[in-house]
Design a protein around this ligand. Structure first.
Ligand code: AMP
Ligand code: MG
Length: 427
């Protein structure tokens, strides 16, 4: 990916902080530390849904196992029906799906056949029943000139025996579950779920069910995090709300590090007087604190505490979701054994005017849909404050504006990143 700083003179970007990392640099550093977790579990086929395969799946047999009919009709020898005018053949019997016709088909003969039924020996094509008229004495008149193979599904045409059907690192979704079942797979090896411990920090946070006193808010980050972690298939350890006190934050760090592969916190990551995440990471772990040239989402703390990877996300609810999708989710997917996959982005016309200052990448919230002319276009959800969580609810994509952009005029093209990656949830 080209470094946008090479192409742009940072001095004309009033909002660029030279001490901040580019999004790509932050991703590289995260990827360097996010290795697949050890441990494989053999689970029953339904339990593989949403999990990541630990080893490739080979086909033990052809799928389908036999040549079979793709249509209802008559199984014929194509050579018998090739002449001028309709052919009249003798019907020997019927081949049903799951109940093959036992005998061979000889010259001048055919077999009534249903979709999915095994092709009888000797027959090599199926004439659809719309082109057939039953005649007297078990004969049928066929008004068609099929070539060998017409309306026949060949053995192995879906999956050939011995082929690698699913690679190691493949996440199992509905299609993969069906493919596994079609091979007769009863159980499969999947990677252990990544264990993620998370907590919110903030004296103002109240848990659901508690009354709200002056200046307090309900803790919503633990719920968005729960949902995003569930969607990505993590094992979840919710450590609740931690007060803005040095000892309590440190205790929570140690508890989380002892139990989890990954620790996620939200809030308390700036340099305010009640922000203890940065200094606790420095004291109990490694690496440190970043400012990332992005909005929303700077600042972000990243590092290790003991053996656990640490993500200190900002407190603002939209920032939590943006940084999770951009940094945490790819790391978790890697740790679960999936291959790295850059987010899907494409350019579309933007119907709204977007305000932006140069110097940071912005992940604005957009609604992708069709404009009056039937063309795909994106519009802004409106207010882009990082506390406006309803913007994420209304949106179905991020509008990704590059570092140097100074805003977008209606009608220009922008990059969008649709939500809907893992398990249909999230970006
Ligand atoms: P902080 O980074 O701790 O200064 O938090 C930034 C903003 O996000 C403040 O307005 C906080 O009240 C808000 N915030 C922090 N944590 C949460 C949370 N768990 N749920 C909802 N809002 C939060
Ligand atoms: Mg706080």
């Amino acid at each position: 990916m080209p470094n946008p700083l090479v192409a742009v003179d940072p001095s004309c970007m009033d909002d660029f902080d030279p001490s901040s990392l580019l999004v790509e640099q932050a991703l590289e550093r995260i990827h360097a530390l996010a290795a697949p977790v050890p441990g494989i579990e053999r689970v029953a086929i339904r339990e593989t849904l949403g999990r990541v395969l630990a080893a490739p799946i080979h086909a033990p047999a052809d799928v389908p196992a036999h040549d079979n009919s793709a249509m209802d009709g008559y199984a014929v020898r194509a050579a018998d029906v090739g002449g001028d005018g309709p052919a009249v053949l003798r019907v020997l019997g019927t081949a049903w799906a799951g109940r093959p016709f036992p005998g061979p088909v000889g010259p001048g003969e055919c077999v009534r056949i249903m979709t999915g039924a095994v092709m009888p020996a000797g027959a090599d094509a199926v004439v659809i029943q719309e082109k057939a008229r039953a005649g007297p004495g078990g004969a049928v008149r066929l008004d068609d000139r099929p070539r060998a193979g017409d309306n026949v599904r060949e053995a192995g045409e879906d999956i050939a025996r011995g082929a690698v059907v699913l690679d190691a690192g493949q996440r199992v979704g509905p299609a993969e579950l069906g493919v596994l079942a079609s091979l007769g797979t009863v159980e499969a090896g999947v990677r252990r779920r990544v264990r993620v411990a998370f907590f919110s920090t903030g004296d103002e946070l109240r848990s659901l069910g508690e009354p709200l006193s002056d200046g307090c808010i309900y803790d919503s980050n633990r719920y968005t995090l729960f949902a995003m972690l569930r969607a990505v298939g993590a094992e979840i350890l919710d450590l609740g709300v931690v007060r803005d006190a040095r000892e309590e934050v440190e205790r929570a760090f140690r508890e989380a590090a002892a139990a989890a592969d990954v620790i996620i916190t939200s809030g308390g990551v700036s340099v305010g007087e009640a922000d203890f995440v940065k200094e606790t990471l420095e004291r109990t772990g490694e690496v440190g604190f970043w400012k990332i040239a992005m909005k929303p989402g700077r600042p972000l703390a990243f590092g290790k505490v003991g053996g656990a990877l640490f993500f200190g996300l900002p407190g603002n609810p939209v920032s939590v979701m943006v940084t999770f999708y951009q940094f945490v989710q790819p790391a978790l997917r890697r740790m679960m054994g999936e291959p790295a996959a850059p987010p899907v982005r494409f350019r579309v016309k933007c119907a709204s005017r977007l305000r932006k200052r140069p110097g940071r990448v912005e992940f604005q919230r957009g609604v992708l849909g069709y404009d009056d002319t039937g063309r795909l276009a994106v519009r802004s959800t409106g207010g882009q404050g990082s506390g406006i969580l309803s913007s994420m609810h209304e949106a179905n994509c991020f509008i990704v504006l590059p570092l140097e952009s100074d805003g977008v005029a209606p009608g220009s093209e922008v990059d969008v990143e649709p939500f809907g990656g893992v398990a249909g949830a999230g970006a």
